[in-house]
Design a protein around this ligand. Sequence first.
Ligand code: IDP
Length: 139
Amino acid sequence: MTTNRTFTMIKPDAVENGHIGAILEKITAAGFKIVAMKYTQLSVRDAQEFYAIHKERPFFGELVEFMTRGPIVSAILEKENAVEDFRALIGATNPAEAAEGTVRKMFAKDIAENAIHGSDSDENAAIESAFHFSGREIF
Ligand code: IDP
């Protein structure tokens, strides 16, 4: 089954480097409609909870530090087949392996500071959206 929504964050590196506008342009040009969006900063507790699945990984501390070091843009996006199509738009986790023209290929530095998040399943899209937005912030 496919749903029509996914969740994204433009990560602190891409915000610091001034890429918010270019990334949102790519997202909307690809046919995604923004149904929720905010400019915010994760607390350490937020990042630990959001990435809890990675808590045993060696890079967990680095990931939490990175994701909390500055503001992010979080958003919920709507499009047919949103999760899969958005993962294709952002490219592989490691920008060195990402396809030409993908967001990570264009704007990411390395596997840690990789510019953007996209949910990896419909279930996680719903969980991550609810983590960041209340019902009345979603249109
Ligand atoms: P994804 O974001 O493409 O779904 P995940 O494997 O879920 O990739 O990893 C979550 C995030 O953790 C990545 O986007 C990246 O920021 C960070 N990360 C993943 N693997 C590494 C690594 O080997 N070193 C440092 N950071 C990593």
